[in-house]
Write a protein that binds this ligand. Structure first.
Ligand code: SAH
Length: 254
């Protein structure tokens, strides 16, 4: 799935992380940190027990801008009023069966939802989670697969897992590592084809390629190179090696 840069930012910023009646302010800070790590910033707090607080700020460790911009409201309904897709995170299996998603499936659902849709992912209280009437407002229930005998993650840890999946699904990480840092672009299919032609010629020249087996060997070689996704600089190095093995290097020396 490909999302151009601007849309990715819009996508991630259209996602609200909603915390319901959080008891420990330190957890709110840790959630802000987890969100900022994953380029998310839209935090909503429904009736937090203590907020703002020095504990929250200290656990935010530099993500206090997220705390400063957090919206605080009284009822969950206010936080989700403008949302089209609402997902509730719960550690517990419920007696009524809700359509369930893993964090990865949740991220996929979010990514394919209509552009411009607002999404809310709702997290419950540390001691008792989300109440059924709150889950009634949710389209899906999100459950992080884990040890079934010890399934309740710390609130901020649960938020971290979910935000990480959203970040990865948005493709932002891949784009950031290729585009933003000025790294070498990946080789195109056309560049790869001309590399394979060169490779075939070089392997024939050095007597490695047997005509009977050339098809299957080339197929295997293609598979190897497809696995690694070469960039253009790496491709240049390989073509340099091919040229040398064809004797061009030796010719050049004399
Ligand atoms: N004791 C509570 C768990 C509270 S943990 C209970 O029984 O529900 C605080 C919040 O973190 C939960 O409400 C949920 O939103 C999230 N959470 C923790 N573990 C989770 C898991 N395994 N899957 C999904 N959400 C989880």
């Amino acid at each position: 799935m490909f999302f151009p840069h601007k849309e990715i930012h819009a996508l991630l910023s259209n996602i609200k992380i909603v915390l319901v009646e959080t008891t420990h302010p330190g957890n709110i800070g840790a959630v802000a940190r987890a969100m900022k790590n994953m380029k998310m910033h839209n935090l909503w707090l429904v009736s937090p027990k203590i907020f703002p607080s020095a504990d929250a700020t200290s656990r935010a460790s530099g993500a206090d801008d997220i705390l400063a911009r957090a919206s605080v409201c009284r009822y969950l309904q206010e936080a989700i009023a403008d949302c089209q897709l609402i997902i509730g995170a719960s550690a517990r299996c419920r007696t009524i069966s809700w359509p369930e998603l893993t964090p990865r499936e949740c991220a996929e659902k979010v990514m394919i939802s209509e552009p411009g849709n607002n999404v809310a992912i709702v997290f419950g209280r540390e001691n008792s989670g989300l109440k059924n009437h709150e889950l009634d407002l949710c389209r899906y229930l999100l459950r992080i697969p884990c040890n079934s005998e010890y399934s309740s993650l710390n609130l901020a840890a649960a938020v971290q897992v979910v935000c990480y999946e959203l970040f990865i699904a948005s493709g932002l990480q891949e784009q950031a590592s290729i585009g933003d840092k000025g790294e070498t672009p990946l080789a195109t299919a056309a560049q790869m084809e001309s590399f394979y032609t060169h490779l075939y010629r070089a392997l024939t020249d050095i007597g490695f390629m047997h005509p009977d087996k050339s098809n299957s060997i080339m197929r295997r070689l293609r598979r190897i190179y497809n696995r690694v996704q070469l960039d253009t600089k790496e491709l240049d190095i390989l073509r340099g090696i091919l040229r040398m093995s064809q004797g061009e290097g030796r010719k050049r020396k004399h």
